[in-house]
Each structure stands twice: as C-alpha cells, then as structure tokens.
Design a protein around this ligand. Structure first.
Ligand code: SIN
Length: 545
C-alpha cells in the first residue's frame, strides 16, 4: 500500500437535470466516434459526450498515420513481430494478434465509410514507415493530417445520425452505479453552461470510456491540454483496475520552441524520418549512427532515450532533425502542416535543420480492458488510449494506437446485443473532496521533474512526497479547474507509484538507478487500484500464450 490521500469521489452538487440514452460514449476521437457508430449499428440510442468540440482531440492531431499490413510483402505476422519487439516483452500476444489480423479489414472499412487516404501512383493506399516498423505500413491522409481526415469522416457519419445526441464541452465527473454495482450512468458538467458548479446526470444501459490520454500531467506534451486523464481517474474512483501506467511514451522529435515553453508542443512526425530525415548532434554528426541497426527508425523509446541523453551530456537544449534532403516537393505535399508549424517559429525545414526535444506523447497503460472493450465492472467499457488491452506493452509501436481504437471500438458490438435494461443509480456514500484548481502547475512541474523521461528511486520518492503534500491543498469549491486538478493528481500519483515499483528499465520506463532490463524479475504487469483514497499496487503475470 503506497501512502497517499487521493479523492475517492469528486465533490459536486447533486444533479439538477437528467438525460437518458441506451449507450453513453465519452470522447470523440477515433475510438469514441467508432464506438458511437457501433452502437448505432445495433439500433441503440447514443449520448456522445466530448470535453472540447467534436472535431478536436488527440485523434484529430495525429500526423503520422494508421498502421496495418496492407502493402505487398507485408503480413499480419510481421506487424505482430514489430509490435512485440517495440513492446519490450510486455505485450499481450493474443491482443496483438487480434489487432494485426483484423487491422487491414478495419482500415478498409474506414475507407468505405469515407476517409480518404493518400494514394501511390498506382492508385493503392500509399504506405510509409515509422520507428520500429520493418515494412512500409503506415497509411496517411492529407500528407501529415491523417487524424484530421479520419476525424472528419467519422464526425460526418455521427452528425448525420439523429439518434446520436452530442454534448460538447462536457466534463464527466464520476460514474454512477446501481445496486448490483454495475455502471448505469455518469455525472457531468457542461462547461460554460449554467452555474460554474452545475451538474447533471446521464443514465444509460452501458458507458463507454474513450477519453484519450493523460499527457497534460506533464509540462510539455504533444497532447491537447484537455488530456487530463479523466477516464483513468474516474474509473479508479469507481473501483476499476489500471495497469502499466509507468509506461509513458516520450516522442523524440517535438519542435523545440524555447526553454520555457510549456503546454501543448508541435509534433514533428516520425514519418519525416520515415521519408529520410535524420537526427544530428549540434556539431552536425549523425546521432543514431552505430547506436541501433534501424538507426533513426529504431523503436521510439530507443530514439527518445538517445536524444534525451545527448541533451543531458552536451548541455545543449535540443538536437537537430535534418530534413533538408527531402526537398521542397516532399515538404509541401507530404508535410504541409509540419512545414507550417516550423515556419510559424521562423524555421524553414526545406533549407534549415529543426531543433527538436522529447516530450510526453502517449500512455501505453490505462484502464484494464480486453479487445472487446470489456472492463471488470459490468456496464463499463473502455476503448482507445484510456484503455489497456496489453497491445502496447512497455512501448507502443508507432501508429498502432489509431488502429487499436478502431478495431476495439468495432468489436464492442459483441456486448451491445443484449444490454440489460436501464437501472437507477444508488447513492454513493464515499466522502467527497477536491484539489484546488490553482495547483495544476505544481502537479505538472512535480511530475515532469521526478517521473518524466528518466526516473530514479530518489526522484520518484520525492515526487510522491510532493504530490502527497499537494493532496492536502483541498477545497470544496467545485469548478472545472478543481475537478481537473483532482484528476491530474490521481493520475500523476499512480504513474509515480508504478514507476517507483518497477525497479528496472524497459521500453519507455527508464530508471537511472536500474538501467538494465530484468526479465527474471519484471515480466509482470503492475496493476493499481484506489481504495479509500489509498493507492494499492500489485503485480500480475503477462499473458503470452
Ligand atoms: C508521429 O506521427 O510521429 C506519431 C505517430 C504515433 O504516435 O503513432
């Protein structure tokens, strides 16, 4: 048991209004939108709740693409091997098998539904390569606007269906459960509407979490700042199990915009290296030369560690990404959005090298669930980045996440045949509390400093102590800020506790005091639960048969 004093139920006023649907979907990325369409294919009414507007979020920001064995010479088994290698021994092989076998058909269905991918000169889907892939298998759209195109196509379908009711700017607070302990709805606040602490209840036969990532617990992230880990935090409060939270993937090539830059940072897609760009030290020498057989396209954790180490060793603020050999045509047509982000800060990547640093990008862990979205709590399902199906192991293979969101959200259909009738929520008597909204910066600073790309027993112990102290800064003033800070504190505490527990380095978890991978001891998943405000961690064996 790790000492902490976390909030077990958010303080909020009693719901002042109620809305009903067969299925509530929380989140409007590829996983949430596909889950909504899956529910509609079973003729169920859907309430789609999204924290920002329908068309924003991590999916819409995805540049590189969606991975699937679509090309000549490629096969699901090669995709499986690359995924397992990147996952550094912690992938669930059964889950990965489902992903790679069903991936190609799922991408083709996405195309039939209206998503337009870039084509090669023969009219086939154009495929590129990213880190850790030994084949060209990344389908992309609009050059570097893959997520935006997928989002456009799915949003159009959802908007065309009158049986999908949509609430934008909806912050979901807590899950509601019935007397059988099954999830039967949520409490929520619609930001900017009604009172600052106004709350409603949405009741349904099933709740699907597709809330995305938690990059906002760090000071610099490629995620939108609404990615505060709400799904993970609220499911922990409801008694769910999380796993693999120590595995936070840092993307190695994020545009450096100054030492004091905080918040969402512009991503320079791995696909830029897939098209031939290379990392260089500031003296111009090739950084990845002789460090990995795949050089600049080594798995992401390897490249991120090399970049981080070079920055620490050299004392420089960044390394260079040299894409000057790509040529104007490639930059204009293949990477128009990245070109524009660079030009906005005065760099022309056609002729100049780009300063890059690592930043928090993706949570490989999350709420324990399976390849049909099922969690251990009846009525509660999870899809996409907030879920942990075991597909990503210790380090997600590039562009596998959009694919996972798509495949699992379609497979949710198995549970939607025979949903139980809607039930009434029971009063939850857990004590309520909140963390002050203004401590958000303290949480992100503490987490970045001690539980970021490189951790140690000393840094993590200090992080947990500081987070515990922040946990005493409570308030009863409910607001978006205090609800979000409370979620951030819960998520940061679990990340730090899991990272402290795992005394080895593996995948995206890098311990300076335990630099080696240790398969004798650590071929386990660290799982976490929240009980009466305390974090309870344990271990479970990896399923690999
Ligand atoms: C990228 O475009 O480099 C990111 C792709 C991913 O995170 O899968």
């Amino acid at each position: 048991m790790t000492e902490a004093n976390l909030v077990q139920k958010l303080h909020a006023s009693d719901p002042g209004w109620t809305i009903n649907a067969d299925v509530i979907v929380i989140g409007s990325g590829i996983a949430g939108l596909t889950a909504a369409l899956t529910a509609r294919s079973k003729n169920l009414s859907v309430l789609l709740l999204t924290k920002d507007v329908l068309s924003t979020g991590s999916t819409a920001w995805a540049q590189g693409g969606i991975a699937a064995a679509l090309g000549p010479g490629d096969s699901p088994s090669q995709h499986l091997n690359d995924t397992l290698e990147a996952g550094a021994g912690l992938c669930d092989i059964n889950s990965v098998n489902v992903l790679v076998e069903e991936g190609p058909a799922a991408v083709k269905r996405l195309i039939s539904l209206g998503a337009t991918f870039d084509l090669d000169p023969s009219g086939n889907v154009a495929l590129t390569r990213e880190g850790g892939h030994r084949q060209d298998r990344i389908a992309h759209a609009g050059g570097d606007a893959t997520g935006a195109e997928i989002s456009r196509a799915l949003v159009a379908k959802v908007l065309a269906d009158p049986k999908v009711r949509i609430f934008e700017h909806a912050l979901v607070l807590d899950l509601l459960k019935n007397k059988a302990n099954a999830v039967c709805g949520v409490t929520l606040h619609v930001m900017g509407r009604g009172k600052i602490d106004g709350v409603g209840a949405a009741l349904a036969r099933a709740v699907v979490l597709a809330t995305g990532g938690l990059g906002a617990v760090f000071e610099q992230t490629t995620n939108p700042l609404v990615a505060t880990g709400d799904g993970v935090a609220l499911s922990l409060r409801a008694g769910a199990t999380v796993s693999d939270l120590e595995f936070i993937q840092f993307h190695p090539t994020v545009l450096w915009t100054g030492n004091d830059s905080k918040g969402s940072q512009p991503l320079i897609s791995e696909a830029v290296r897939g098209e031939g760009a290379i990392l260089r030290k500031l003296d111009g020498s090739a950084l990845m030369q002789n460090l990995h057989p795949m050089k600049d396209l080594a798995p992401r954790d390897v490249v991120a560690h090399v970049v981080h180490q070079e920055i620490v060793n050299s004392g420089n603020a960044y390394v260079w990404l040299d894409g000057t050999k790509l040529g104007e045509e490639v930059w204009l047509h293949r990477f128009p959005n990245i070109l524009s982000s660079c030009r906005k800060v005065g760099i022309d990547p056609i002729t100049e090298m780009i300063p890059v640093v690592p930043a928090a990008h993706y949570a490989s862990g999350g709420l324990v669930s399976d390849m049909t979205g099922k969690t251990e709590i009846p009525g509660l399902f999870a899809v996409g980045e907030c879920a942990n199906t075991g597909v990503h192991g210790a380090n997600r293979l590039a562009s596998n996440s959009l694919l996972e969101g798509l495949v699992v959200a379609e497979r949710l259909s198995t549970h939607l045949q025979d949903l139980p009738k809607q039930s009434e929520p029971e009063f939850n008597s857990s004590p309520t509390n909140l963390i002050k909204g203004k401590v958000r910066k303290e949480i992100t600073k503490t987490t970045t400093k001690g539980a970021g790309a490189v951790r140690s027993k000393e840094s993590l112990t200090k992080t947990l102590q500081t987070l515990n102290q922040i946990g005493n800064k409570t308030t009863k003033e409910a607001s978006t800020q205090s609800w979000e800070s409370t979620n951030l504190l819960t998520v940061s505490s679990f990340i730090a506790a899991a990272a402290l527990h795992r005394e080895e380095s593996r995948g995206s978890h890098w311990r300076s005091d335990f630099p080696e991978r240790n398969d004798d001891r650590w071929l386990v998943r660290i799982i976490g639960k929240l009980q009466e405000g305390k974090m309870v961690l344990s271990e479970t064996a990896i399923k690999n048969k």
